[in-house]
Ligand binder design. Structure first.
Ligand code: KIV
Length: 266
């Protein structure tokens, strides 16, 4: 399988080929996904929800992100490995942002980092890129701003918010990001952003005109069922398969049907 790089992703936009991305949080899933030749694996801070059981992503730490990135790295067949910078690891100052992005690359083994926000983090994006670390932006419903937004709400519906997303997208592209994730915004706005920018847009709940798509893997395989957003398509029902298997195991142990001779050392 060909190694995917930042160049691969930029080239895909140039050729109007769709970019594929899924979140991933561990070695086993990285092997399963990356060998299907997906373009990018995202160690998302959504791991706070789907792996650590938090209500939102705010409590996730840089050490959590590094731990999971290391695990994904060991199973990655060649997808471009991007890791989220967690809440408060880059917002307050440029030096801190570069230092933490550096830790994610050096200790975790990621090949790029993702940050949420627009004009207000332009300086951080520039400095991280200047430190030779590729950056993905993230606009629209940025889950680290949950307290500011007052919940997980679709963004970009008012003229003001629409215009801010457009100017933020331009600022993040100018700062040197090589792609931007657009989350939970109206399709027409995502189309506009995708047409204005030279770098690719990766949509999640942003319609079909983005240059690529990303989903939380635990949502799309039906593993995480606490809450499923409207934009998710469930391609499998893995939680049901697990429940059925565990029930059968419990029954067989209780009834003495497991272990059998073939599962036993002589
Ligand atoms: O953390 C995450 O999983 C993300 C995706 C929703 C894009 O940022």
């Amino acid at each position: 399988m060909n190694k995917k790089t930042v160049m691969t992703i930029l080239e895909k936009k140039r050729k109007s080929e769709k970019i594929t991305m899924l979140t991933c949080y561990d070695y086993v899933m990285a092997k399963l996904i990356s060998y299907q030749d997906i373009d990018m694996l995202l160690v998302g801070d959504s791991l706070g929800n789907v792996k650590l059981g938090y209500e939102n992503t705010l409590a996730v730490t840089i050490d959590d992100m590094i731990y999971h990135t290391k695990s994904v790295k060991r199973g990655n067949a060649g997808s471009l490995l991007v890791t989220d910078m967690p809440f408060m690891s880059y917002e307050s100052n440029v030096e801190e942002a570069v230092k933490n992005a550096g830790r994610i690359i050096k200790e975790g083994g990621a090949e790029a980092v993702k940050v949420e926000g627009g004009v207000e983090i332009e300086k951080q994006v520039k400095a991280i890129v200047n430190a030779k670390i590729p950056v993905v932006g993230h606009l629209g419903l940025t889950p680290q701003s949950i307290n500011k937004f007052g919940g997980f709400k679709v963004q970009g519906r008012t003229q003001e918010s629409h215009d801010k997303i457009i100017s933020d997208a331009k600022a993040i592209e100018n700062a040197g990001a090589f792609a931007i994730t657009l989350e939970a915004i109206p399709e027409h706005l995502a189309k506009e952003v995708s047409e204005i920018l030279n770098i690719p847009t990766i949509g999640i709940g942003a319609g079909c005109y983005c240059d690529g798509q990303v989903l939380v893997v635990d949502d799309m395989i039906g593993m995480f069922d606490d809450f499923t957003p409207k934009f998710v398509k469930k391609y499998a029902n893995v939680s049901q398969i697990i429940k059925t298997a565990v029930k059968e195991y419990i029954e067989e142990v209780k009834e003495g049907k497991f272990p059998k001779e073939e599962n036993t050392y002589k």
